[in-house]
Write a protein of this length. Structure first.
Length: 134
């Protein structure tokens, strides 16, 4: 299994954070899992990395329903930064939504790789890894 330098988890649910952290670490998927509790914190983090000319995480796991700034608002803001990013992270929506509109809305963002239903599990690591071969 591929090992990533860093992964950004944008998630406000403490249980979901623990589950993702455990699965990622148990499978040696990365040694550097960064967690931000909402889209605003995540954007601030990405912008600081860009300003400092530091590498961005290779993968972003993004929840949709969060306080302060939800996943959709994050994606809209992130899209404005894309021209400044040489190697954009692979973004995966991570959500427990059952709303078909959320699934179709995901396709509006060509930089979002896929939709991962919660709860996060080991099979999702293989899905993420499969996009590295593209």
């Amino acid at each position: 299994m591929k090992k990533f330098n860093s992964i950004l988890l944008v998630e406000d649910d403490p249980i979901a954070i623990i589950v993702c952290d455990r699965i990622i670490k148990l499978n040696n998927f990365t040694d550097n899992l960064i967690t931000k509790e909402n889209g605003k914190e995540a954007l601030k983090y990405i912008q600081s990395l860009l300003e400092e000319n530091k590498p961005l995480p290779e993968v972003i796991l993004l929840d949709i329903n969060m306080p302060i700034m939800n996943g959709w608002d994050f994606l809209n803001e992130y899209e404005t930064l894309l021209d400044k990013i040489a190697n954009p992270p692979m973004i995966f929506i991570l959500s427990s939504t059952a709303d078909p509109n959320d699934f179709s809305k995901t396709t509006l963002y060509n930089f979002v790789k896929d939709f991962i239903p919660k709860p996060f599990n080991k099979e999702h690591l293989s899905l993420i890894e499969s996009y590295c071969e593209d």
